[in-house]
Design a protein around this ligand. Structure first.
Ligand code: 4AD
Ligand code: MG
Length: 430
């Protein structure tokens, strides 16, 4: 019976065949232990000299890392392995002998591993991170589908900028100028006026000259947008969504979290509601903690965000930032127009901002004024104004950065390990 490692628990006591690669190996005299992987999981194959032909035993003893094979054996429960099962091997059919696989079980430097990302992805640690990424995506679709959102796909090639012009990737669109999308938001606002509650999931691009552990040039964003939802309602949706995602990973990725050595007690505490702190109070908190490199009106940097997050066990919303440091479309607080109805959600444990969101300006006159102030002219922005002209309603939305969320939940230091093929300031290969 041909099967996969993930399905092995169904076959305890039975003989199965698995297509697999050799991840690692140890052998002594009459026995060889093969660490096998097939993409769905990892299992140990035990090859005993007395159970197989001489030829197969020699093959097992001499097999090199990443050689591919069909391997047959009986599945047995094994309480010592984290997976709970091992295979007592009866036969091996080699597919390809891998020679000099560059990534050995010894330590390698980061640049070396990044240069071999196409192979590094096979390691158990990278496998665990990508499975957690996959679970976050799965839980995202489940959450928004369960709450009657419609998935809408905004364009990647655009004529306008959503988050400011300095970080745009420019390209030619036949005779016109075009840019790679920094955010689908403006299009999602149009979609919310057509479908009520919508969400997108897609790649976004920022030519940021930032070389930090939180910045990618190409990253994936989940962007919900909701009609008839104000700033406060939106914060509730965000905390429900993030809690759901974290609890789903805890439930469905136990082995992966264990592989990564993640302290799950910190994740268990991530249940709605989340604390909220105003920008003003956050600024005071930062100053109390001894920072003197920042003043009211400036944006928090990574060290400030970490210091703020340290005061809370759960993710924390920093609300009502000064209008001057936020995007043109954010709605001013009616009580205090110098700040806007927005929030950044800061993850615990120093992982930084994972969500940026706001209530949007719905007043045509005010939006026209913002266009003037920000020099948003030309036909590329005309359609967005029209959303405020024909049945404008209060609406809010947010964007969750997938890679930063994976980094936090998986407990991975740098976002470069949270996307299969990272695009970084100095890296377009592989
Ligand atoms: O805060 P940002 O810039 O918000 C927006 O783009 C809004 N238009 C979203 C919306 O309201 N629909 O980006 C949202 C999130 C950030 O909180 C962060 O998690 C992530 O995207 N992000 C990045 N992740 C990796 N690398 C980068 N260079 C990132 N820039 C933003
Ligand atoms: Mg932001």
């Amino acid at each position: 019976m041909k099967t996969t490692i993930s399905k092995v628990p169904k076959y305890a006591g039975k003989e199965v065949t698995i297509g697999a690669w050799l991840a690692n190996k140890r052998s002594s005299g009459k026995i060889a232990f093969l660490q096998l992987r097939d993409g769905t999981g990892f299992i140990q194959g035990v090859v005993a000299k007395n159970d197989v032909t001489d030829e197969v035993f020699q093959l097992a003893k001499n097999m090199t890392q990443e050689s591919s094979m069909y391997i047959t054996g009986t599945i047995a429960e094994d309480s010592r392995s984290p997976f709970g099962y091992e295979m007592h091997v009866s036969d091996i059919k080699l597919i390809q002998d891998a020679v000099d696989y560059p990534i050995t079980p010894k330590e390698h430097g980061t640049e070396f591993l990044m240069d071999h990302r196409h192979l590094w992805l096979r390691s158990s640690r990278q496998h665990a991170v990508m499975k957690i990424r996959n679970e976050i995506i799965r839980a995202t679709y489940q959450f928004f589908n369960d709450h009657d959102y419609v998935k809408i796909d905004p364009p990647i090639l655009t004529g306008s900028s959503a988050e400011g012009t300095t970080e745009l990737f420019h390209t030619k669109y036949f005779d016109e100028d075009a840019y790679l999308s920094q955010s689908g938001q403006l299009y999602m606002e149009a979609a919310a006026m057509a479908f009520g509650k919508v969400f997108s999931f897609g790649p976004t691009f920022r030519a940021e000259k930032s070389k930090t552990r939180r910045h990618l040039i190409e990253f994936w964003m989940i962007e919900p947008e909701m009609a008839f939802v104000d700033h406060e309602d939106s914060l509730e949706i965000q905390e429900q969504y993030v809690s759901f995602v974290v609890q789903s990973v805890l439930e469905n990725c136990k082995l992966e979290l264990q592989t990564l050595g993640r302290d799950t007690s910190k994740l268990e505490a991530v249940q709605a509601p989340f604390p909220r702190i105003s920008y003003d109070d956050a600024m005071e908190l930062v100053m109390e903690k001894g920072f003197d490199d920042i003043e009211w009106g400036e944006d928090f940097g990574a060290p400030h965000e970490t210091a703020i997050a340290e005061s809370f066990e759960k993710p924390v919303f920093i609300t009502n930032y000064p209008a001057d440091i936020k995007a043109f479309y954010m709605k001013p607080d009616p009580e205090r127009p110098e700040v806007v109805l927005c929030a950044d959600l800061i993850a615990p444990e120093g992982y930084g901002e994972i969500i940026g969101g706001s209530q949007r300006i719905d007043d045509l006159k005010l939006m026209e004024q913002r266009y003037e102030e920000h020099g948003l002219t030309g036909p590329a922005y005309k359609w967005y104004l029209e959303l405020r002209q024909y049945g404008s309603v209060p609406h809010s939305g947010f964007g969750l950065g997938l890679e930063r969320t994976v980094a936090w939940i998986a407990g991975v230091e740098h976002v470069r390990e949270t996307i299969p093929f990272p695009r970084l300031l100095n890296r377009l290969y592989p």
